[in-house]
Design a protein around this ligand. Structure first.
Ligand code: NG6
Ligand code: CA
Length: 507
């Protein structure tokens, strides 16, 4: 056997999993659509009536809709960190909501969702909002921006670096700012305005959408943001076109990879603030820009579905849609969301929302569609968490995990594809404090943070004493029964402490 033949045999052995994979591999395309701030009650297949989401509903009609699925956190960065790493974000310092000039928070040696799938032979792409930091010190936005998604296993990357309301307001494709004119370099600061920079604070007359709290710094596209920036005029995005740009990039990625297994991570910018959907969605709902942004998100989902159909890929694609945290109505701009909410309940029956320890913070829509594998029109009340995507996908594609990989990720593949009604027994949720869900009980650990945020009008669920809720009889968390169950409270507090100190929770 010559060297080439030997290498071919070796790779065949590895590919068939004889070197350690537990199950025969199956390699459907995988798409994870990750909405931003979309609440449990924000889409029609979860009960919304003030907005219609026919494309998202079609996923549910053709797939499996979960009723007890969670983001690991009630804000963006930690939820995304957990999806990418399979590790609870609270184990790692510096995973709170990040500014736009933060360094990459994921260690490039760690196994990530894209590097796992790349190892299994997938071509991997991210199109959308990143918000996990970039670079490893001060970022030069005019040079090669790395490490970032590509150093974590993505073959292709087209991202909003942080959030739509944080500077810099530019797209980064692979390692470079898109459409940057080198004669007009970008500078970013989260400390002070640049000389001559006009800010939202001093020039509200320049704004097309005014902040309700915060968001009074750099003015880009008539909207004041968080952070300051100068330069890069030709590279600045137009908010109303972001959905068109991102969905076009996603379509192109699917088309270009239609002949090989691919993984597309599509973290949409909708429905995060500033909510400026394209004018063709204006008035699609009675709820103003927040509702119209949901319609825009749904349209993007439709574009992806149509592309799969057109490419003949729909049957062989596992598509999952979820959201990074619960809903918020006023997240810092006067965009009529409060005034025009009407009877709409963004978190459904659940209490709280984004930022909250109550279930409105983390219980989110979660739908999986995979024709011929997942039964159409089904629902599951299995307890699942987005952190489980890593171990579940590893199982799907026949890749073994080392002990240190995805330490909090559980293989829930049977639940995710509807073969089993059984999900997790327990999970830890992160907001102002940690909370433990264990079967029918939920315990929110005590802390001394405010119980209510008047700016976002959110019940944060913080209180000095631990709170205990009965999830079966009181899903809306109205009756704290800690006082009548002291032993259970203690046992659950011990359990959280144990999960914390063990450094891992996968057996
Ligand atoms: C908050 C912002 C909010 C949003 C959030 C992050 C203010 C006053 N509020 O600090 O608008 O950007 O951070 O949202 O600045 S997340 O979905 O990315 O976690
Ligand atoms: Ca979010």
């Amino acid at each position: 056997m010559n060297r080439r033949q030997f290498l071919q045999t070796l790779s065949a052995v590895t590919a068939t999993g004889l070197l350690g994979a537990a199950k025969p591999a199956s390699h459907p395309n995988i798409i994870f659509i990750y909405a931003d701030d979309l609440g449990y009650g924000d889409v029609s297949c979860y009960g919304a009536t003030s907005v219609h989401t026919p494309n998202i509903d079609s996923l549910a009609a053709q797939g499996l809709r979960f009723t007890d699925a969670h983001a690991t956190s009630a804000t963006c960065t930690p939820s995304r960190y957990s999806v990418m790493t399979g590790q609870y974000a609270w184990r790692k310092k510096g995973t709170g909501v990040l500014p736009g000039d933060a360094s990459l928070v994921i260690d490039t040696h760690q196994l990530t969702l894209p590097s796992l799938l790349k190892r299994a032979g997938y071509t991997t792409g991210i199109v959308g909002k990143w918000h996990l930091g970039l670079g490893s010190g001060e970022i030069d936005w005019n040079g090669e921006i790395k490490p970032g998604p590509m150093e974590l296993g993505f073959d292709y990357s087209f991202i909003i670096p942080a959030t739509p309301d944080r500077v810099p307001c530019v797209f980064v494709e692979n390692h470079r700012v898109v459409n940057l004119n080198p004669n007009d370099p970008i500078h970013v600061s989260y400390k002070a305005p640049f000389p001559g920079e006009l800010t939202g604070k001093d020039h509200p007359e320049l704004l097309k959408m005014k902040p309700s709290h915060g968001h009074n710094m750099a003015i880009v596209d008539g909207v004041s943001r968080i952070g300051y920036m100068e330069g890069g005029k030709s590279a600045l995005w137009v908010d109303e076109d972001i959905a068109d740009t991102l969905s076009s990039k996603a379509v192109r990625f699917i088309e270009e990879n239609s002949h090989r297994p691919f993984f597309l991570y599509y973290p949409a910018h909708d429905i995060h603030v500033p909510r400026l959907p394209n004018p063709r969605f204006a008035g699609k709902t009675s709820m103003g820009p927040r509702g119209d942004a949901i319609a825009e998100l749904d349209w993007c989902v439709g574009r992806i579905l149509q592309t799969l159909e057109k490419q003949g890929l729909a049957q062989n694609t596992l598509l999952i849609l979820s959201s990074d945290n619960g809903p918020v109505v006023d997240d810092g701009y006067h965009d009529d969301a409060v005034e025009r909410l009407g009877a709409h309940k963004p978190a459904g029956i659940y209490r709280g929302g984004k930022y909250s320890n109550f279930d409105g913070g983390t219980r989110v829509p979660f739908i999986a569609k995979w024709p011929n594998h997942i039964k159409p029109g089904t629902t599951s009340d299995a307890l699942v968490d987005q952190i489980d995507l890593m171990a579940s996908f590893a199982s799907l594609v026949g890749q073994p995990l080392r002990r240190e990989d995805g330490p909090d990720s559980l293989d829930l593949l049977p639940a995710l594809i509807g073969r089993s009604p059984k999900g997790r027994q327990s999970l830890v949720e992160e907001a102002g404090s940690l909370a433990l869900v264990d079967d029918k009980w939920k315990l929110i650990r005590g802390n001394h943070k405010p119980a209510y945020d008047p700016n976002t009008r959110t019940e944060l669920g913080n209180s000095p004493e631990p709170q205990l809720y009965d999830r079966t009889n009181d899903p809306a968390e109205r009756h704290n029964v800690a006082a009548t169950h002291p032993d259970l409270v203690q046992r659950m507090l011990d359990q959280i402490n144990h999960i914390e100190s063990a450094g891992r929770s996968r057996p």
